[in-house]
Design a binder for this molecule. Structure first.
Ligand SMILES: O=C(O)CCC(=O)C(=O)O
Length: 456
């Protein structure tokens, strides 16, 4: 079978044939929350649970939960009815296609992630019906619209099953939000206020068998833009997460009645990077089709997302500028459906600049590096280039001799310095050339120390 080139991933994104499954993925038992009705909550067990959740968010950016309180029947019924829906003819499914009037909801099969087409078809519905959302991604366009779910005639039970499921999974979402809030040292209900008019939605994903599972992806690597995702996957498996410690793609083996919980970009910003949103993707199977059902727990469209005031001080300056969630999401949606020549909007676009540090580093003659190392730094800086940055001469002392490297293009130096100061750990796996050169990375860290000592 010929496969359209629009589905083919760049070689570096193609899934490896040998699947890596990690044994130490956090699996968190929430049964302690359920025992509340029988007796007093066990305060020690709850404290332990909060700690476990905090560690999982910090070290992995995701975890699985069991004994979560969502009745298995609800999930199973929804999976069965989703299969029935996707088994219908294209013509039938397209009767509830998203269109220009309802651009977010209903059926579609042409989504792109990072400009490559996903091998999947989906059906989207919002939890609040209707849900209020900006009409356009344009910042000055204040028009809002009520988005209403589109329900197919067949299978007739789809609507009811979706609504039952939404009700149950939402309860779990609030429990998790409260546990995460407490794990950040905040009151349990600290984040709940953002959810008064929430824009959460459920997606039914169907991944048909794919003749080239080593070349395409069901969903390409991405981070979730919202706050928290609760994912149900069937027993076929294919969900992979990019492990923070080494950047390896790890397959999360389906566990009976468990949910996969992802920290999303909004929690990363709220927590001022204490917790990081993790990259994940769905791989394909040449023989079996697969169903997954994410619940995206997202705040009201008018939410201004920024680091929580309680988590910033003189030592922990806010790392992000505020942004409007509704506009962010509308911009994302615009990119997801079409292959645009512009980069999809990311929270990194809202990172604050640290020009002071930039200037100081570049003029500091105390920074010692090798010539090879300079080249690596330069490559990295070029990789982080942005059109609004200034061209810069790079000069470092190389064993007594000054070496100057002139980049050919403008360098986004603030991002480079943020990398130096904030992302040393992540850089170990983000940038392959650095991964291989631990020694040089240590020299790198030494430079960062010097910068800090100079209090720049
Ligand atoms: O199907 C999966 O395992 C992942 C789904 C996902 O990441 C998404 O729909 O955004």
């Amino acid at each position: 079978m010929e496969v359209d080139a629009v589905f083919i991933q760049a070689t570096k994104h193609c899934p490896k044939l040998a699947v890596v499954e990690a044994d130490d993925i956090p699996l968190i038992d929430l049964s302690v929350l359920k025992s509340h009705n029988s007796s007093e909550p066990d305060a020690t067990a709850i404290r332990l649970l909060i700690y476990e959740i905090g560690e999982a968010c910090k070290n992995w950016g995701f975890f699985q939960v069991i004994n979560h309180g969502v009745p298995f029947k609800r999930r199973k019924n929804l999976e069965i009815v989703a299969r029935k829906f996707f088994a219908m003819s294209k013509e039938e499914k397209k009767k509830v296609s998203r269109d220009d009037v309802i651009p977010f909801l209903g059926y579609y099969d042409t989504e792109h992630t990072k400009n490559v087409r996903d091998w999947k078809e989906v059906f989207d519905l919002t939890v609040e019906n209707p849900t209020l959302f900006p009409v356009s991604h344009e910042p000055d366009d204040k028009e809002l619209r009520e988005y209403i779910n589109q329900w197919p005639k067949n299978p007739p039970e789809l609507r009811e099953e979706c609504e039952h499921y939404a009700e149950e999974v939402q309860k779990l979402a609030y429990k998790l939000l409260e546990l995460i809030s407490m794990s950040l040292g905040l009151p349990a209900n600290h984040l709940n206020g953002f959810y008064n008019d929430h824009t959460s939605f459920i997606r039914l994903n169907h991944y048909p068998p794919c003749p080239v599972p080593h070349l395409a992806l069901g969903v390409g690597g991405h981070k979730d833009a919202g706050a928290l995702t609760i994912l149900a996957q069937d027993d076929v498996g294919g969900f992979e997460v990019k492990r923070k410690t080494d950047g390896e793609w790890i397959r999360v083996k389906p566990t009976h009645d468990a949910y996969i919980i992802n920290v999303g970009d909004i929690i990363q910003v709220w927590s001022n990077d204490r917790y990081e949103s993790v990259e994940h993707r769905a791989t394909l199977n040449s023989k079996k089709d697969r169903i997954s059902i994410p619940f995206f727990f997202n705040p009201a469209h008018y939410t201004i997302v920024e680091p929580l005031e309680e988590l910033i001080d003189d030592q922990n300056l806010a790392k992000y500028k505020p942004y409007n969630w509704g506009k962010f999401f509308a911009t994302r949606k615009r990119c997801n459906f079409q292959k645009l020549e512009v980069e999809n909007i990311q929270i990194s676009h809202f990172r604050r600049r640290q020009w002071k540090a930039v200037k100081a580093v570049c003029s500091s003659s105390l920074v010692q590096t090798t010539h090879k190392h300079n080249q690596q730094l330069l490559n990295l800086a070029l990789e982080l280039s942005s059109p609004d940055a200034q061209a810069f001469d790079f000069s470092f002392n190389t064993g007594g001799e000054k070496s100057t490297v002139k980049p050919q293009a403008p360098i986004k130096l603030e991002a480079f310095i943020l990398f130096l100061l904030d992302h040393r750990e992540r850089a170990k796996h983000d940038y392959e050339q650095l991964k291989k050169t631990v020694d040089e990375l240590q020299a790198f860290e030494q430079n960062v120390k010097l910068v800090k000592e100079l209090k720049l």
